[in-house]
Design a binder for this molecule. Structure first.
Ligand code: SF4
Ligand code: SF4
Length: 382
């Protein structure tokens, strides 16, 4: 007899069989989800408590993010103009990377946006002036309504970004996706920990690098990575340990040269992000004994010049079940947008009310303001 989530996947996802997503051929799985292991860290509240338990009393402003903002004259942290409408369509993924801040994996079949919520997102989008729709997950391509959502956003003249893990493009039902994306001018932001095999496979599991290179070749073959703004190919890198992202411009040069020379692969730009101390990366920090030190690094590297460019200022993040958040990280910590007297949902989208909200912050926010800063678009103060 099939488990409940297996039946769900067969009926609702319809894209890959459970076996196909679970197998290593579909993507490496160096770990399993916290949810599947029933780890206490699968609870957002528990993650917040773990971060609060780290002794940072000796750091500037005792690592109080609100106090840190206040020290530069920001008493109330509010959003600016909404530019990016980010939709996290679910936690389903063909991989299970160690550093995942979403706790995604092939077992996360329940958390997948349904058609009614997709349509509510589109209605909300029509009420905004956001120029970009940023689709993320999990592996967003695995959502059964993904292509419908992309088509509708493109038809509305929006710039659409697909945050792609590359290996998903090799699944049998995804073979046509590179060309499909190219025809619609979708920007692909691909996560790749490193341009060297060893570093990538260490974080994402054996075989990931080779699959990623194959996927990049397929994207190159349909015109991505050659400077065409309608076929923009961006690579996104996270450090493979408890340290800050490197210099983005320098890394881009090195990666471009390395990938072209060794693999004949091209891309347009590279963005470098800090790892956020949440979910499976938080688990890794704890297990490796790095949590205290990493939090100190983040807090001590606070860069006031990053604040104006933080993604929570120009982005709204919608979860698979239609709840609204200031950013994807707050979404993973279950820190919903704060509106007086209500829990905001995409069904009741009110852009004027949302524009007046105060952004919810916490200790994890130091991950965005450390060093050159980190946002959806990479370094802020590069
Ligand atoms: S990091 Fe990306 S590819 Fe890896 S498990 Fe998470 S969502 Fe999937
Ligand atoms: S985690 Fe980053 S983007 Fe999210 S609210 Fe904090 S500073 Fe803003």
């Amino acid at each position: 007899m099939k488990l409940k989530w297996e039946r769900f996947l067969m009926v609702e996802v319809q894209s890959e069989s459970v076996e196909e997503l679970e197998g290593v051929e579909a993507g490496a799985k160096p770990t399993t989800s916290l949810y599947r292991r029933r780890s206490p860290l699968s609870s957002p509240q528990y993650q917040i408590e773990r971060l609060a338990a780290v002794d940072l009393s000796h750091t500037p402003h005792q690592a109080d993010f609100a106090k840190t903002l206040a020290s530069q004259g920001i008493q109330t942290f509010r959003p600016a103009r909404l530019e990016n409408f980010q939709i996290n369509v679910g936690k389903l993924c063909n991989m299970t990377c160690r550093h995942c801040h979403v706790d995604a994996g092939p077992d996360r079949v329940q958390e997948n946006m349904d058609r009614a919520t997709v349509d509510a997102c589109l209605r909300a989008l029509d009420q905004t002036e956001a120029h970009t729709v940023d689709l993320t997950g999990g592996a967003p391509e695995l959502n059964p309504h993904f292509r419908y959502l992309v088509e509708e956003c493109v038809a509305r003249g929006k710039h659409v970004i697909d945050r792609c893990n590359l290996t998903v493009l090799l699944l049998p039902r995804m073979q046509d996706l590179p060309e499909w994306f190219a025809e619609r001018g979708v920007e692909i932001i691909c996560s790749l920990p490193h341009y060297r095999k060893f570093n990538t496979d260490a974080q994402r599991g054996d075989g990931t690098f080779e699959k990623s290179i194959e996927a990049l070749r397929r994207l190159n073959a349909v015109g991505y990575g050659n400077g065409d703004p309608q076929r923009r190919l961006t690579l996104m890198s996270n450090p493979a340990g408890a340290f800050l992202a490197g210099n983005q411009a320098k890394m881009e040069q090195e990666w471009k040269a390395g990938l072209e020379k060794n693999h004949g692969v091209r891309f347009d730009r590279l963005i470098a992000l800090n790892n956020m101390p949440i979910s499976r990366f938080l688990e890794w920090l704890e297990q490796s004994g790095n949590l205290q030190r990493y939090m100190e690094v983040l807090v001590n590297a606070y860069n006031p010049a990053t604040v104006a460019g933080l993604m929570c200022r120009n982005t709204l993040s919608v979860s698979w079940d239609g709840r609204l958040f200031d950013c994807d990280f707050n979404q993973m910590l279950d820190l919903e947008c704060q509106l007086p007297g209500q829990r905001p949902h995409i069904r009741d989208f009110d852009p004027k009310l949302l524009a007046q909200r105060e952004i919810v912050t916490g200790t994890h926010c130091f991950g965005c303001t450390a060093g050159a800063g980190s946002s959806c678009g990479g370094a802020i103060d590069a």
